[in-house]
Ligand binder design. Structure first.
Ligand code: BEZ
Ligand code: FE
Length: 312
């Protein structure tokens, strides 16, 4: 029998997977994957394969570029460990995290959203801290910040009992897990809203910082002549059963990188109001300038679920 005209067994639903031309690869692969019982897996993988194949054709991917891309993927994995997540950083740096966030929030991408990317630095089990308490757990530079946040439902009714996780980088430019000079869980805390839907805490005014650039993401930024800075911000994760978990960030309004966040996390909605305090600060030990920050969050009814922590 001519080897080129081998036929498929008649009882098989799949077609022959012998590849005749480059154009034939895509339909053959789609066919091979078409019997996956999980409908969502079928849909996602078929689309992924179509787009990946179209991408290779569009740029006429060379074999050297293909090998380089695989090496980058491997190195993203190798750079990831308990205290660093290069995969999250990569998807943040190409705008993918923000795209997915916006597609899934703000009425599925129809309106502006109060949500923002999680980033690679959220840790579960941040210390429960009494309302009004401080998240400064070791000496930390920067002006004192007194934050007052209120959480309501879409009708404006206060939401009591919301767990509010707060985290931020030290003004030295590092999160505590990146910096042996900071106490464990410095600038991280978990608060619970009171009957008025409010939490208050003391911290330091955040400063902008560079994302880690010692891995493949740093290489990419340098090759693209992009700066590595995030504008100063506070992170929030608000959790209450019956409400969609709100993951967001609020940015300092006078930051020089507000218009050029390396991970594309800034929306107008998320630019906060950080006011220089007048007169004596709320705490007697504060020396020098201090700031007030007030922000109102709205939580939508929906499913409460926590993300997989990017680090431990
Ligand atoms: C962050 O804000 O923690 C962050 C987000 C994306 C990439 C790097 C850091
Ligand atoms: Fe951050």
């Amino acid at each position: 029998m001519n080897a080129r005209v081998r036929t498929v067994a008649p009882d098989r639903a799949l077609r022959s997977h012998i590849i005749e031309t480059q154009e034939a690869v895509t339909p053959v692969v789609l066919d091979a994957m078409s019997r996956a019982p999980n409908a969502r897996l079928r849909e996602v993988m078929a689309s992924f394969v179509r787009h990946m194949h179209a991408f290779a054709r569009e740029v006429r991917l060379t074999e050297e570029e293909f090998e380089f891309g695989l090496d980058v993927l491997n190195r993203i994995g190798q750079a990831t460990n308990d205290s660093h997540n290069e995969a999250v950083l990569f998807s943040d740096a190409i705008g993918f995290s923000t795209l997915v966030c916006m597609l899934n929030n703000g009425q599925n991408g129809a309106t502006e959203t109060a949500a923002a990317l999680l980033g690679p630095f959220w840790r579960m089990h941040s210390p429960a801290t009494p309302n009004g308490g401080s998240i400064i757990r070791s000496p930390t530079p920067g002006p004192a910040l007194f934050a007052n946040c209120r959480i309501t439902d879409p009708q404006g009714l206060p939401l009591a009992g919301v767990e509010v996780d707060v985290w931020q980088a030290s003004p030295v430019g590092l999160y505590e897990n990146q910096d042996p000079g900071q106490a464990e869980m410095n600038l991280r805390g978990k608060f619970t809203t009171d009957a008025d839907g409010c939490v208050a805490f003391r911290s330091v005014k955040p400063a902008g910082y560079p994302v880690p650039t010692n891995g493949p993401v740093g290489e990419l930024l340098r090759a693209q002549e992009r700066h590595p800075f995030r504008p100063a911000h506070l992170h929030f994760l608000a959790y209450k059963p019956g409400f969609r978990t709100l993951i967001t960030q609020v940015f300092v309004d006078d930051d020089q990188h507000l218009e050029s966040d390396v991970v594309f996390g800034v929306t107008r909605h998320l630019i906060g109001d950080f006011r220089l305090g007048n007169g004596p600060a709320p705490d007697a030990d504060v020396e020098g300038p201090w700031y007030l920050f007030d922000y109102a969050f709205v939580m939508e009814p929906g499913e409460a679920k926590l993300p997989i922590p990017p680090i431990r």
